[in-house]
Design a protein around this ligand. Structure first.
Ligand SMILES: Nc1ncnc2c1ncn2[C@@H]1O[C@H](COP(=O)(O)OP(=O)(O)OP(=O)(O)O)[C@@H](O)[C@H]1O
Length: 583
């Protein structure tokens, strides 16, 4: 039924795509399900024949023969069921891995602004990668059931008609009732399922925030706000779950009672037919068992319709993230070192003052400081240079526009160290090697350049020190040094450093900056900061205007020479780039 929908619908497109990834496993599960259902449908007939041979014809040999055939069919049914479930499970597992891998790739390659705009929020990415993917997998797993339902209809319509047309009429009478039931319930079920998915998403965000911000907010006595917010979202999840369950239970109960009523009616009608001698006791036995199968098939159909409704909603939520990445770009030949040219880079966000424009040219070995009032856009512009935020204007390395590069190639070229250092649970070394393995000598050199050796001297296990949850077992300054060393290990020709020394004491900061300056003699460094020590070591400085006050003309954020250490009066805004101080 999914295939009848418009392929333009992203959720249907995604469901189809996920299914096509596991076509082989799915078809095998279909074959096993068909085998299982054939045996399952034959069993009532064989039992009926055994009853007739034994009871009606008084032939123990015949009863034994049909009884044996019944057992053989039961064995085939058992084997078929195992094969069906095994291949269906393999199919949904593989589809899950494929979906999660795509989702993670998409999240890693897309900029956070776009992600937020398209998905509405950051936090429920977790829900998309877990609950939503699982919902799609339930649908894939249950899809084979349609084969079972189809086979049951194909076989049982003529078979029950062959027993007695009146019995077929009783069985057929259930169909319009079920059609009505399945027309009434899915829309309401779908709306409530959507509400539940959104509630899970909001709770995911609240949980994320609770984990990441609990400590800082506890410091100002506001941690209860996070806890209460999480409770509120949890309560909404409970309410939505109950609302969905209440309609789901009515739907299932109605769908279950209709075939049961049909069985009861069938027994009455069948009993009369036996009394009239129109059918045998064995045929009545067969009919009653087959009606049980009809009841199972109807239940399964109801459940599968519910799965499809939920899977479409979940797939739509996943598709909103998956549709984000740009098509893959080919690798292009690039020089090891070249000039960085930023031309009119401007970030515009809804309801916010534009940030930029930023225009600059920097040659290998140059340090350019980006300074300006709080909120003037230093971090945003660094992220825009790194292509992590959509921006107008452009940034190029030599002749290559950074926006045209494959993300992997881009991040070998441009290393961004963001303002808030992020470490993962593990040792210092493990955190340094997150981007990839490097020889110990290189790790030691990067650690030294970043001044990590100074910090490590205070730590019990040096590079093997455990950093704790999100680096919480290190000081803020130590965390900054680890993230700086991690970026240095990438040996990128362009380094974008966002206030990476803000948590260091003056002496450590001076030492780290001197080492960094020496180690980046052939690299371009763009440093966003207010720090006098950095500004004193820079070749040039670009001062951004306060938010909302900048000129719309390119060059409003232009470069001026960096001040000397002792001459750190506020720098002027200038619309022209001035001569560098050094080299
Ligand atoms: N994800 C976002 N969505 C919308 N606006 C944002 C986002 N991130 C930052 N901004 C806004 O962009 C502006 C520039 O922020 P940015 O962090 O670049 O400033 P900054 O100069 O680095 O500030 P600071 O000196 O405080 O680090 C601010 O007004 C900020 O509120």
């Amino acid at each position: 039924m999914i295939f009848s929908r418009s392929p333009a619908d992203p959720s249907i497109r995604l469901l189809r795509h996920a299914l096509s990834q596991v076509r082989g496993h799915f078809l095998r599960s279909v074959a096993w399900a068909a085998l299982r259902q054939s045996a399952f449908l034959a069993m009532p007939w064989l039992l009926g024949r055994a009853v007739d041979a034994g009871v009606q014809a008084g032939s123990p040999g015949g009863a034994l023969l049909y009884g044996g055939a019944f057992l053989a069919a039961a064995c085939v049914e058992y084997a078929g069921m195992r094969g069906w479930q095994l291949w269906a499970t393999l199919a949904d597992n593989r589809a899950g891995t494929w979906l999660r891998t795509r989702l993670l790739k998409a999240i890693l390659t897309v900029d956070t602004d776009t992600l937020q705009r398209r998905t509405g929020t950051f936090g429920d990415l977790t829900t998309r990668a877990t609950r939503d993917v699982d919902t799609v997998l339930v649908w894939i797993h249950g899809l084979t059931t349609w084969v079972v339902i189809g086979l049951t209809t194909l076989v049982l319509v003529p078979a029950i008609g062959g027993l007695d047309p009146l019995l077929l009429l009783v069985a057929a009478a259930t169909v319009p009732v079920l059609l009505v039931v399945n027309r009434v319930f899915p829309p309401a079920f779908g709306r409530r399922a959507e509400h539940l998915a959104a509630a899970h998403g909001a709770r995911g965000s609240a949980a994320d925030e609770l984990l990441s911000a609990l400590l800082p907010l506890r410091g100002v006595g506001a941690d209860h706000v996070l806890v209460e917010r999480h409770h509120r979202h949890s309560a909404e999840v409970t309410r939505s779950t109950m609302r969905l369950a209440s309609i789901g239970s009515v739907w299932e109960a109605v769908a279950f009672s209709v075939p049961l009523l049909a069985v009861t009616t069938g027994l009455l009608v069948g009993g009369l037919a036996v009394a009239d001698g129109r059918i045998t006791v064995g045929a009545l036995t067969t009919f009653v068992l087959w009606m049980g199968t009809v009841s199972l098939a109807v239940n399964a159909m109801t459940a599968r319709l519910g799965d499809l409704t939920e899977a479409r909603i979940a797939a739509g939520r996943i598709a909103r993230v998956l549709d984000l990445p740009e098509p893959p770009r080919p690798y292009i030949g690039l020089p090891e070192r070249d000039v960085l040219r930023v031309n009119g880079l401007t970030v515009r966000r809804p309801d916010r003052a534009a940030v930029g424009p930023l225009t600059l040219t920097a040659a290998p070995g140059e340090w350019v400081v980006l300074t300006g009032p709080t909120g003037s856009g230093k971090s945003t512009l660094l992220r825009a240079v790194a292509q992590l935020v959509p921006a107008s204007g452009n940034a190029a390395f030599g002749d290559a526009d950074l926006g045209d590069l494959d993300p992997d190639q881009l991040y070998r070229l441009v290393g961004l160290v963001p303002e808030g250092p992020l470490l993962l649970h593990g040792t210092v070394t493990e955190n340094l090697l997150l981007p990839g393995d490097r020889p110990p000598a290189e790790v030691a050199a990067a650690a030294r350049t970043a001044g990590l050796d100074l910090a490590l001297a205070q730590l019990p296990d040096g590079l093997d020190t455990e950093v704790g949850e999100r680096g919480g077992a290190l000081s803020g300054g130590q965390r900054q040094l680890v993230t700086l060393a991690r970026a240095l290990l990438r040996d990128c020709p362009v380094l974008l450093l966002d206030d990476v020394t803000s948590a260091l004491d003056a002496a450590t900061e001076a030492e780290v900056l001197d080492r960094l300056r020496a180690a980046t003699a052939d690299r371009i460094v763009l440093f966003a900061t207010h720090a006098p020590a950095v500004r004193a070591r820079a070749d040039r400085e670009i001062t951004l205007a306060a938010p909302g006050t900048g000129s719309a003309e390119p060059g409003a954020a232009a470069a001026v020479p960096a001040p000397d250490a002792e001459d750190l009066a506020p720098v002027r805004n200038s619309a022209r780039e001035q001569e560098p101080l050094h080299g």
